[in-house]
Every structure is written in C-alpha cells, then in structure tokens.
Design a protein around this ligand. Sequence first.
Ligand SMILES: Cc1ncc(COP(=O)(O)O)c(C=O)c1O
Length: 455
Amino acid sequence: MTTHSTPGSIGNAPVIRTALPGPRAKAIIERGQAVVSPSYTRGYPLVMARGSGAMVEDVDGNVFLDCAAGIAVNSTGHSHPDVVRAITGQAEKFLHMSGTDFYYEPQVQLAEELAKVVPIRGGVRAFFGNSGTEAVEACLKLSRYTTGRTNVIAFLGGFHGRSMGSLSLTASKALQRRGFGPMLPGVYHAPYADCYRCPVGLNPESCQAECLRYLEDQIFVHLVSPDEVAAIIVEPIQGEGGYIVAPDQFLQRLRQLTSAHGILLVADEVQSGMGRSGRMFAIEYSGVEPDMVAIAKGVASGMPLGVAAARSGLMAWPPGAHASTFGGNPVSCAAALATLKLLKERLVANAADVGAHLMDGLKGLMAKHRLIGDVRGRGLMVGVELVRDRTTKERAIEERDAVVNEAFSRGLLLLGAGKNAIRFSPPLVITRDQADVAVQIVDESLSVVERSRRP
Ligand SMILES: Cc1ncc(COP(=O)(O)O)c(C=O)c1O
C-alpha cells in the first residue's frame, strides 16, 4: 500500500503490485488444478514465495500482512532465525531415526520442556505424532485404553481433525463428514457454550453454564450412562467453529462433572494452545486442570508435530500399544524446543499485549460498521462475527467471504471461521503497528462490502 520493500527484505507493510492473482500465481494455480486434490479449501489465490515475521511475499512480488499464519501455525513468525538455526543444526546431524524404536535426546528434551508448561500437575508424559488429528487420536485411544470405557462426548461446532476417529468427534461442518460415514460408534455431541448465540437463550452474565444441562439431563439420562463414558473432549476456545470463547464456568462445571463420574477431560488445544491465547494454554484462564491436552499447530512453528500430553499415571500403555514412525521427528523436536524458548521469553506476553490492542481496535469498528455483530477472543485468537441484523443475528455469510476477499486484495491475509466469522490468528510476533494496519484494512474492506450491499 504505502511502504516499499527494499530488495532482499520483505518490508513491514503490505504492497500490492499486480492484479491478484498475478501472472506467476495464476500459472501455478492452474497447474495445481490438474494434479492436486480438489478437497482443499482455498478462499483466495495466494501463492507464497517467502515469508519473514508477520509478512508474506507471493510469487509475483506482492507483500501481505499475515493474520492467518498458515491456520494459526507460524507462532514465531515466518522462518524465525532461531527456529531455522535449530532446524538446520539438527538436519546436519540426522533427519530421522524413528523415535518409536530408538532414542534421541531432542525428543526427551522436548517432553521434559512440555511437562513444565502443560497445565497438569504431578507429572506429564508426551506421545508424539505429526499433526493435530494424530494428537487427538492418541488422546482418544488412551482414554479408551486407560478407562476401559468406550464412549466419548464432544461438542457441536467442535473441530478435532479429519482422520476417522477425530472426524467422529468433529461436528463443525456437515460437509466434513458427508460421504465418509459411518462414524465411530459411541460418540455423542452436546451444545457448546456459544454465549453470543446461547443454545438455551440465557444471559451469559447470570448463567452458570446452563447449556451443560443438555449433557446431564438428556445425554446422560437417555443415551449413555456417565460410567460408560471414557472422555469428554473440549476446545477451550472453539477454533474452526468460529473463535468462540467458552466462559470459565463452562469449563469449571465440565471439570466437576467429569471428576464426579470418573470421565477424563481432554482439552483440545491444537489451535488455542502454545501461547496464542495470551497464556501458554487457553484452559489456564479457567483454572481447570485437564487430564490430557492435544497440542499441534503452533508447537513447532510450522514443522509437523502433534503431541498428546497426559497426566503421567494415565499414560501407562505397554510397548507396541501406540506409535508413529515419524512422530516426534528430531527436526520437528528441535524446531519445537526453539519455539518454546521464544514463546516463554517474549511471545506469549506479546500475544496478550498485541491481542488486547487488536481486540480494542476491532471493537472500535463496531460503532461504524453494522455488519459486525460480535468481537471476541483471547490474545491473538480473535473472531469477528458478521451479521445482517444485530437483533436477529442473521448470519452474514456472503458478506464475510466478501470482506476476507476484499482484505486480500488490499494486502491482508485473513481466514474465515465458522459460518460467518472472520478469524485473526497472526504470528505471535506481530506488532501493535501491524495490528493497526490490519484494523485499518478491515475497516476499508467492511466499508466496500457494506456499500456494495446497500439497496
Ligand atoms: C482444535 C483443533 N483440533 C484438531 C485439529 C486438526 O489438526 P490437523 O489439521 O493438524 O490434523 C485442528 C485443525 O484445525 C484444530 O483446530
């Protein structure tokens, strides 16, 4: 837009030089259409060439401010030098020596470091996979194994992955399940605490998580006895579901309920974890201690890694019970160790600080833009829900897509979440000034979309 990047550096502000997609991007997209699975969801045509911090350059030299971070993954920013150094240092020593059959120190060291930050007291063990869905599968299998119970409860709107076990827990979009059934038996879904659209029509200020009554009075009474439930899995902040923040009392009551019935509480922090919420894990805000935590996305700054972290005593399955050839790959472990150090030194605090600033800026747009129904989130996990009418809360689905596209054309990378929310999940290195640029572009984009929709 205004600042120009000097040769070699990407610069700190968006610069759009070509029509989008540019000629090189267009050619690559066309080639991909013939040979790449069409199941991927690409909202707009970004073809990345390189990245630095919170900035991304495409193959035509256009520069974008990144508030998507590869779906909340690039926690330390694109190619943080400390992470790159850790990766290359490890790659020069060895790339792989399956951690399921052999030992190497980076995996042990990472488990030690994670045990210090996972919000479970009295010792934590880590199982390593390569993705969020594998972390969830491991939690699911371990819950069944350790309790000897088969049933599991998840929440409507939740997203836990796309392999068959996790997909059975996922209840985000019907399209994600369509054509893939039957799902795993013994999975039940309860309403989530979406306070903007309260499933039981109450006011969040005076509510004691009444939405959990459906679980207690319906599911436990009519469908499954609580003593046959292995685990309840919950996202402390629903990610794909629309960046919906569960109130503390919802998680606290869930903990009471699970403890009362010997059910394990699994926090899926694949998206909300590793500092994004302004705390290392979002569940910390509620003071609730889960039994297991599923971790992935931001843990290794973009290298594939998934972790199922569990209370030590619970992770007592025998050799051979569960494993993954690539899980806890040494290069990913080295990246995760460098990532954790950066998060602890500065970036969790930066997420809290810049996140509050971003949220203030976005809330400030509400007076000007009737399309904004709700601004919510924690740290740098911020959702803006668009509605056609603030009273009826009619979802502004097309308008949301139009705003995301408009922002792209102005050099801001955003993603949708849920049916009609925009998510802000930038790298945790983003500065207040960059957050201001994001707010300004969203302001302009909303104005364009509102003008175009006016009768
Ligand atoms: C909360 C949550 N759990 C699990 C997953 C699955 O992660 P992956 O795509 O790495 O398998 C995601 C992905 O978006 C997620 O947001």
